[in-house]
Design a protein around this ligand. Structure first.
Ligand SMILES: NC(=O)c1ccc[n+]([C@@H]2O[C@H](COP(=O)([O-])OP(=O)(O)OC[C@H]3O[C@@H](n4cnc5c(N)ncnc54)[C@H](O)[C@@H]3O)[C@@H](O)[C@H]2O)c1
Length: 343
């Protein structure tokens, strides 16, 4: 777990200021056997910072590119270079990607409802941002880009569990931007031979996912409500179901996607999920059991555009990336509660 009081090596790169390529890594020469130099865009955010921690733990040399719009500098472990900049700024991304073997691209405007209010901002960060990453990766000779997509590309699939071959019908500017990112990845593989893998996450949760944003997700909101004695707010009847993914499993999928054989996975998109469906009322029941706090939910109107059920078919990720989730829902929630308690 990251210590929140740590010093962060922080560098602000202006697109116009040249930095010698050899100076950006702490160990300019060879790395330990098997270690890689990786750039993590969005590495100060929830999933990205958990990924950075895992990369550092296995000995990789890591740089983070993040504009800190929803991420936090204190999420970035000591010794990791934090380049504070916009992922849609081609000059900034080109410098950040230089010398990297792998780019994990997570930087994005994440919230669906934010994209409905601010579609142009979402498009710039998510579509122009992904394109800038791909151009920079191609030009810097990066071996592989692992890009974060989303289950929202399905737009509420009728087929459950949903395979990657299900119809893609994005229903928000955010979902459109994620699908555009996937297509750009595939096209860069086909046109330029850049290895790419897109990961369609289903509702990721876990340590460092915060309840205090306008667009917070349901698990941190429920935990925060239970801990502070407020009734958890449930949109609609609470019987809608979600396939929840523990963050360590999303991180493991990224690590697998970076090394799986290119002939199997490059240019493709994979579901990353827990592979089971839980209703919001089930979720609340498990949290009540783990915390010993009982709370009657406050039912509010269903949210426009919310899908009723999600559940992923995760067999392709298993067969082609060698990835399967390992953390049960109860265990993941228990670990998340521990993080809240230690904050
Ligand atoms: N959390 C989920 O359930 C979920 C589900 C599906 C897909 N995803 C995808 O996973 C990725 C990570 O999401 P997260 O939940 O960790 O969200 P997050 O908001 O915690 O992380 C996103 C990070 O990107 C940074 N960022 C945003 N715009 C940027 C820009 N223009 N330039 C540089 N940095 C920028 C933010 O500061 C933040 O640190 C995103 O691509 C998101 O679309 C997440």
């Amino acid at each position: 777990m990251v210590d929140h009081g740590i010093e962060v090596e922080r560098v602000v790169i202006e697109a116009t200021v040249a930095a010698p390529a050899h100076s950006r890594w702490r160990r300019p020469g060879a790395l330990a056997c098997g270690a890689v130099r990786a750039l993590v865009t969005g590495g100060a955010g929830f999933i990205g910072s958990n990924l950075v921690e895992a990369l550092v733990a296995r000995g990789d040399e890591v740089a983070v590119l993040d504009d800190l719009s929803t991420g936090f500098a204190e999420n970035v472990p000591a010794g990791v270079e934090l380049v504070e900049g916009d992922v849609a700024d081609a000059g900034v991304v080109a410098k950040a990607a230089s010398g990297c073997e792998v780019v994990f691209h997570l930087a994005a405007h994440r919230a669906v409802f934010r994209s409905v209010e601010h579609p142009l901002q979402t498009d710039r960060a998510n579509v122009a941002g992904t394109l800038a990453v791909l151009v920079a990766a191609r030009d810097a000779g990066v071996r592989r880009v692992v890009a974060s997509s989303s289950s929202s590309v399905y737009g509420g699939a009728e087929q459950l569990p949903t395979p990657e071959s299900a119809p893609l019908l994005p229903r928000s500017p955010y979902a459109v931007s994620k699908l555009a990112g996937e297509h750009y990845c595939r096209v860069f593989t086909e046109l330029f031979g850049l290895e790419t893998v897109s990961l369609r996450y289903f509702n990721v949760y876990g340590p460092r996912q915060r309840p205090d944003s306008q667009y917070a997700a349901v698990i941190p909101l429920f935990i925060d409500a239970l801990r502070s004695g407020r009734p958890p707010e449930v949109h609609g009847d609470g019987r809608q179901t979600r396939d929840f993914t523990y963050v360590a499993d999303a991180v493991a999928a990224n690590l697998r996607a970076a090394t799986a054989p290119a002939e199997r996975c490059s240019g493709k998109a994979y579901n990353v999920a827990g592979g089971a469906a839980h209703s919001l009322l089930d979720l609340l029941g498990i949290l009540e059991g783990l915390t010993g706090v009982r709370a009657a939910p406050l039912h509010t109107d269903p949210r426009a555009g919310d899908v009723r059920h999600t559940r992923a078919d995760i067999s392709a990720a298993k067969a082609e990336l060698g990835h399967a989730p390992e953390v049960s829902f109860e265990e993941g929630l228990a670990r998340t509660l521990e993080w809240f308690a230690a904050r």
